[in-house]
Design a protein. Structure first.
Length: 264
């Protein structure tokens, strides 16, 4: 049996909670083979981001070309981009992945508050990348930033406004709202995807985990709506079993429920 392959184009989190580290764990949890094209290296932990170094555009393209030529790509997840030059490189690199569906998690701000996408890059993301996406997964603040929407716009309003930017479907995640309900919209139907709130869990990397799981389920043949439903389940469970005792800041999500597993 051939195992589906999913490529993460994203930044590295040296603390292991988010970025490509979270993506690879989510891919494994969902039963697909994960690959990476690193866009930036960060020096960070649970408390904050201390340094960011962008990978050259040429190297970003080379990473994608290498894995696509030899292994193949069934789906793509895009996370941290940082600069307009990186966005341009990713647009160029996507030519190597054929018709593989692309999931974009528009990472703008780290859990610690560090800005991970500058203004020029945000414009490039909207103009050049979003129209290439099968699904975009902003949280509510990210959806407002992408669209320029006001505080009065509802979650469904935001989903419609993001969809108008060009992707084929949108999931506005609800982690930053009281209801914690995700809203899926593809131009035909708006569907609420509910789940339990886990205030005692740990949420660092939850957005990365959600978008990576969604890409994995697309690679496994699920429809965008079913992929969004299953991704919500994976991300919610990862928050519930999150590692609160790791570090002094917000702990990372745990897709494998490590604390429930006895040492081997």
């Amino acid at each position: 049996m051939t195992v589906p392959t999913v490529l993460s184009i994203a930044g590295s989190d040296s603390g292991g909670g988010a970025g490509i580290q979270a993506d690879l764990k989510a891919f494994a949890r969902c039963g697909v083979h994960g690959m990476t094209a690193i866009t930036a290296i960060t020096a960070q932990n649970t408390v904050g981001v201390e340094a960011v170094e962008a990978i050259s555009p040429e190297t970003i393209v080379a990473q994608v070309r290498a894995v696509a030529a030899d292994i193949g790509v069934d789906a793509v997840k895009i996370g941290m981009l940082g600069t307009a030059e990186t966005v341009d490189a990713v647009v160029e690199a996507l030519a190597f992945v054929g018709e593989a569906p692309v999931v974009i998690d528009p990472v703008m701000v780290a859990e610690s508050g560090a800005v991970l996408l500058d203004a020029e890059a945000r414009t490039a993301l909207v103009d050049r990348l979003l129209p290439l996406a099968a699904v975009v997964t902003p949280n509510i603040p990210e959806a407002r930033a992408l669209t320029g929407a006001g505080e009065g716009d509802s979650q469904e309003d935001l989903a419609r406004e993001v969809l108008a930017l060009g992707p084929r479907a949108v999931v506005v995640t609800g982690g930053h709202s009281e209801r914690t309900v995700d809203l899926f919209f593809d131009g035909r139907e708006a569907v609420e995807i509910g789940g339990e709130r886990h205030p005692d869990g740990a949420a660092h990397g939850s957005g990365c985990t959600h978008s990576s799981a969604l890409a994995a389920f697309l690679a496994l043949g699920e429809s965008p709506l079913n992929a969004a439903r299953k991704a919500r389940e994976v991300a919610s469970a990862a928050v519930a079993s999150g590692l609160r005792e790791v570090g002094e800041g917000p702990g990372p999500v745990d897709v494998f429920n490590l604390t429930a597993r006895p040492p081997q």
